[in-house]
Every structure is written in C-alpha cells, then in structure tokens.
Design a protein around this ligand. Structure first.
Ligand SMILES: Cc1ncc(COP(=O)(O)O)c(C=O)c1O
Length: 436
C-alpha cells in the first residue's frame, strides 16, 4: 500500500517533526534479516536494529509463528490474581540470563514502564524496611529513561523535559560521563571514574538516608553512546553500598547482548540491585519490557506484606501478555541457538574499527562505541539537530537507516549482521557524510 498525504493526516507521530516527515515520508513496509524495504520497493540496510531492538534481524518467522500459535490458543489472560503458563516460563528464562540473584522478573510493556516500575519498587523497598523517608533519586545529565513521568523526571535531555512541567520532586542529576579527553576513544575511556563522586556529593547535600536509588544507563545510549569511564560504575556501586542507596541499571538498550554479553552488568562486572530491560527481549516483535530485582529488594517487599495480601500494588493490564511472552520465548531460543550474543561480541571489533575509520571526515566531531553500539557525532549545522535530520534523510535515500539523536547518529547493527553489512553501512555513511 502506497501512502499519500491524506492517508497520513490522522497519525500523530512520536518524536517526529510531523509536518516535515509527511512532506517527505520514509515508510518501511517489509523487513527481512538486516534489511527493510520502503514503499517504493527500495532496499534499506537497518544500521540501528530499528530502534536498537531487532537484534536477531527483522520479521523472524520463528517468532511470528510462536505469536500466531499463542494467539489462537489464548490471546489474553488477566495478569492480576490469574496467570498463563508462558509468564512463568519466560520469567525463568530471563532470570537464567540476568546476573547473580537478579532473579525476580516483573513484566511490563515498554522501556518507559520498566523505569517507572523500577522507581516504584525502589520506593516500596525502602518503605517496607521502615525507611520511607528515602524519596530522592540520583540520575544523570544526558540520561534517557523513557517518557513516562518518572522517567522524564530522571531525564537529562532538555527537550524531553522542557514542555512537560516540573516532574517528580527529589531528583538530583550527576554530571554526564563525557570528558573532552574521551574524544575518538574506542571502548571505555581511562579518565573520569571520579565523576561518580557526584553521587557522594548529592548524598552529602541532601542526606544519604533520603536517597532511594541511583539510576544510570551503563552506556548512555539515546544521547549518543557515552561509554562509562573505567572504574566509574564500580565507584557508583561502592557509594551506593556505603549509604544504603539502591543501584538501578537501565539496560533497556544494553540488555540482551548489545554489549556482547547478556547484560552490560556482565560486560562491566558491576552488579546493580535492580535492572530494567525491554528492547531486544522480544526482538521487538511484540511490545514488552521487564524489571529484574535481586533477592534483597524482592524479599524485603515480600516479607513486609502480611499473610495472603498483595505485596506490590503495581502492574499493567498487559503485563506478561501471552503474545509477548510467546515472542520473548521464541526470541531467547534464537539468541541461544544462534549464539547471537557471542556473535555480537565477535563482530564488535570489526564494527568499531570500521566506524572509527570515519574519523577522517571533516564533518565528524567525535566517535564513541562499545560492543555493537556506537555514536558518530557531527559538527553542528545551522541549528542543533538540523544537520542530523538532514543526514538521516540522505542516508535513508541512499539505502541506510541510522537512528539520530540531534546531530549524533547511533549505529547499532543487528547481531545477525555479517562483515559485508558493516562494510555496506560504513560505505554509505562515508559517501553521505563525505559530502559535507
Ligand atoms: C535507557 C532507556 N530507557 C528507557 C527507554 C524507553 O523505552 P520505550 O521507548 O520502550 O518506552 C529507552 C528507549 O530508548 C532507553 O534507551
């Protein structure tokens, strides 16, 4: 189906300049493996796994089949006081992947919901232990934690907050982790562990016993792949431990193999108390997210509730939706069978070398990267983000989809990519960026 202007009138698109888009639309109508096709039938290489979520490639028939079978059998079961078997099965499978004792899995429908759920669990944990005065959160500049009110309050990206009121009270922001000496550094920068001391300063400023949790993306993804300096996450963990503050890793982008291990927590060797996840959980075939919680947090909340009472007054109508669970199970089967996390780890060196080789282009300001995610930050044009949008459009026309935030492109290929796809991606990037 080919869309014209009238067909597009009613759809108010998210995070999109609607008028601009509708005057020159980029419509994806089909996907297979690492490619999608637009409505003119042109093939476009997906250089960002959709929005960092189609890790196993597009339109996997195994996932489609599993969802179809589930929908025929049982398309819905309420998740409150009733359940369906795949919820338990998927929770077991996810818990087998999460590190250490982050074994208690709460299902949600998006990354944003996972963040707000994690915040509520942090509040509930302290409340259960008689420390209900812990109502503050430490977040970070340039953070993206989704778009619900909790996550927006944590956000460190100005445009995501500006028009939407004051947000939750009690959020203090640490500095972001990019330093000038990180320019063109591949992997974890050496300098900057001391930036974690901002958490100590916040604790001392507000009182350590008023802080519920510190939440960070292990790699700040949406702002353009800020890789944590060596020792930084370790230091956050130490400060949290010293003051009874929970550490939450928002692994919505990093989770399920993006860093070459199941979670960034594994890659960086630092354990949070709570972990959010979403994007690659179902390979994006169904909306789903989850929160993994360790024994300490889970047991405190469980043990505080008397008898048969509800322990956590939280949940969504579509928590653990049967179709999403079926998609999740089929996705985890693919990851396991095709060893896709190892494949991501194996491809990372070639991917990062190829992306960093673009550093000779005059328009490129900085490049960062880790695992199978990178950022190519461009020198700004007339207005912030204008050049990024223009480049994104040109790339798409030239046969490459890359997600841009402002003037920064964020390549993050599907794990099923081969070296030739990386070459194709970097070839198109060089051709388009070379024109500036
Ligand atoms: C770290 C992080 N948290 C939360 C979210 C929100 O996820 P969703 O768009 O599924 O609500 C995102 C999305 O990019 C993210 O990168």
């Amino acid at each position: 189906m080919k869309l014209d202007q009238d067909d597009m009138y009613n759809y108010w698109m998210p995070f999109t300049g609607n008028r601009d888009f509708k005057s020159d639309p980029r419509i994806m109508v089909r996907g297979e493996g690492v490619y999608v096709w637009n409505q003119n039938g042109d093939r476009v290489l997906d250089g960002s796994s959709g929005l960092f979520c189609c890790a196993a490639g597009h339109s996997r028939p195994e996932i489609a089949g599993a969802v179809y079978e589930q929908m025929k059998e049982l398309a819905y079961a309420p998740p409150f006081q009733v359940a369906q078997p795949k919820a338990f099965e998927l929770a077991r499978r996810v818990a087998a992947l999460t590190p250490a004792d982050l074994d208690h899995i709460f299902f949600v429908n998006s990354g944003s919901e996972s963040v707000d759920t994690a915040m509520k669990i942090a509040y509930a944990y302290h409340y259960a232990r008689g420390e209900g005065q812990r109502i503050r959160f430490a977040s970070r500049e340039r953070a993206y934690h989704g778009v619900n009110m909790g996550g927006v309050s944590l956000s460190g990206m100005i445009k995501n907050r500006q028009a939407f009121g004051p947000g939750l009270p009690g959020v203090a922001h640490m500095r972001h982790t990019w330093l000038p000496e990180h320019r063109m550094v591949k992997g974890q920068p050496e300098a900057g562990a001391e930036l974690a001391d901002d958490l100590e300063r916040i604790a001392m400023n507000f009182g350590p016993d008023t802080i519920a949790a510190c939440i960070v993306e292990p790699i700040a993804g949406s702002t353009g792949c800020l890789v944590p300096p060596k020792g930084y996450l370790e230091r956050l963990r130490e400060i949290c431990d010293r003051h009874g503050i929970l550490l939450i890793f928002d692994e919505v982008i990093c989770g399920f193999g993006r860093t070459g291990k199941p979670f960034a927590s594994d890659s960086f060797g630092v354990l949070p108390d709570i972990m959010t996840m979403a994007k690659a959980l179902t390979n994006a075939a169904q909306p789903m997210g989850a929160v993994a919680v360790n024994n300490k947090v889970h047991d405190a909340i469980m043990n505080a509730a008397p008898g048969k009472s509800i322990e956590l007054f939280h949940g969504y109508t579509y928590s653990a939706h049967p179709a999403a669970c079926a998609a999740g199970l089929a996705t985890l089967d693919i990851y396991e069978k095709e060893k896709l996390f190892d494949k991501a780890a194996g491809l990372s060196g070639y991917f990062l070398d190829s992306i960093f080789a673009l550093n000779d282009l005059p328009v490129v300001n900085d490049i960062r990267g880790y695992g199978l995610i990178a950022a190519v930050e461009l020198k700004p044009g007339d207005a912030p983000g204008a050049r990024g949008l223009e480049v994104q459009k040109r790339l798409f026309k030239a046969g490459l989809h890359v997600k841009f935030t402002g003037d920064t492109g964020i390549p993050a290929p599907p794990f099923v990519s081969e070296k030739e796809h990386i070459d194709e991606m970097c070839g198109i990037l060089r051709e388009v960026l070379g024109a500036y």
